[in-house]
Design a protein around this ligand. Sequence first.
Ligand code: DUC
Ligand code: ZN
Ligand code: ZN
Ligand code: ZN
Length: 483
Amino acid sequence: MTIAIKGGTVVTADLTYRADILVDGGTIVAVGPDLHGNEVIDASGAFVMPGGIDPHTHLEMPFMGTFSSDDFDTGSAAALAGGTTMTVDFVLPAPNQGLIEALQEWHQKAGKARTDFSFHMAITWWGERVFEEMPKVVAEGINTFKHFMAYKGALMVNDDEMFASFSRCAELGAMPLVHAENGDVVAFLQQKLLAEGNNGPEAHGYSRPPEVEGEATNRAIMIADQAGVPLYVVHVSCEQSHEAIRRARAKGMRVFGEPLIQHLVLDESEYFNADWDYAARRVMSPPFRNQLHQDSLWAGLQSGSLQVVATDHCAFTTAQKRTGLGDFTKIPNGTGGLEDRMPVLWTKGVNTGRLTMNEFVAATSTNIAKILNIYPRKGAILPGADADLVVWDPTATKTIKAAAQKSAIDYNVFEGIEVKGLPAVTLSRGKVAYRDGEVRAETGDGRFVERPANAPVTKALSTWKELTAPRKVERSGIPASGV
Ligand code: DUC
Ligand code: ZN
Ligand code: ZN
Ligand code: ZN
């Protein structure tokens, strides 16, 4: 069964041109004028783009005494409704749990996925067993390892552990990811704020100022440089962190930065809403910032110093958020965004002239596929690529409303935002997975996408190490003491 997507304008990370696309058996087989298939999707007036990839989600994640409320079923339905055809979630081993055992648990959860998916492996503790299992994880098709520099006493790893793990990544051709916030400083500020009687959601922002993020980003970059490995910084929310990434890149280091759609469009004023629930629903880490930081993130996407836009989709209901009544440190951290990432980025980015359509495709799909080493199977409109496509109607409008969303939670942080530009049809490996408001892909249709390792990293300036290696000095004698 072939499908011809006819009459549309193909938009990729590089090119915009009129062409039909022919799909057969899950892959793209031809792109060009006047193609015919058994079935036709009329794309006239629409843009046809690679399906979105969200490199950062937490579906059914055990966290802060509960589980995030979107699982792989509702999360992937939300993804498809928003034009996203692949998600990358984080495997979080429990303390002392083996990596492969944890991976099997995540494969179980992801059995419900309607979209294709992949995983990052989190290094939540360090020891010989973790060291020994890292190559096995890579052999299982996972080439990225995540490190939390925050969440002291829970997920946080220390600098020595990070350096050891980053070095192991370098040997394996894998890439470390970091949640960059100084967890020691955050823990100190949280206790100080509580002691001073600041227990509401607005204190969340004060406990995680941009400096804790900038410091941790710098530290992770320097550790990655010493380990000789590239680095991917998740949820870059502020100028301080962006600045560190810019500087590293200018020096020739391979450092990537990922802003979230939430940080691009929502600001810190959200935490000062008089309604506790309203403010608590927006508690995530890092917190929302002010407009100067937002402008910095947009500039990064424009100049290329930041490459991708994600969601960190980690959805908690209002009832779950209320565990933090009277103590903001107990509000489960996280917000949703899977359904809204692409329409909101299009509306606030493309429609305003901040991003070109090609930059939009790069940030939502192609750059992610390249960085995560699945390009051009994903993120491309080329013969041989998976037919993960979105037929995008730039004239379609809606007002975002929780009542109409696919996510399982009872609110939406983008509530009331008017978007213009929405998916009309989303295809996942050649099948219509979403059309006219209805998710058609079924639970379990998603497949695991293996992401092979890169070549093990050796620094371009390999003599630098020799130049800076500690030198032993031969001495003929040691001076007598007391001289
Ligand atoms: N930040 C969140 O807001 N939620 C999940 C984990 C994280 O780092
Ligand atoms: Zn014809
Ligand atoms: Zn994080
Ligand atoms: Zn996250």
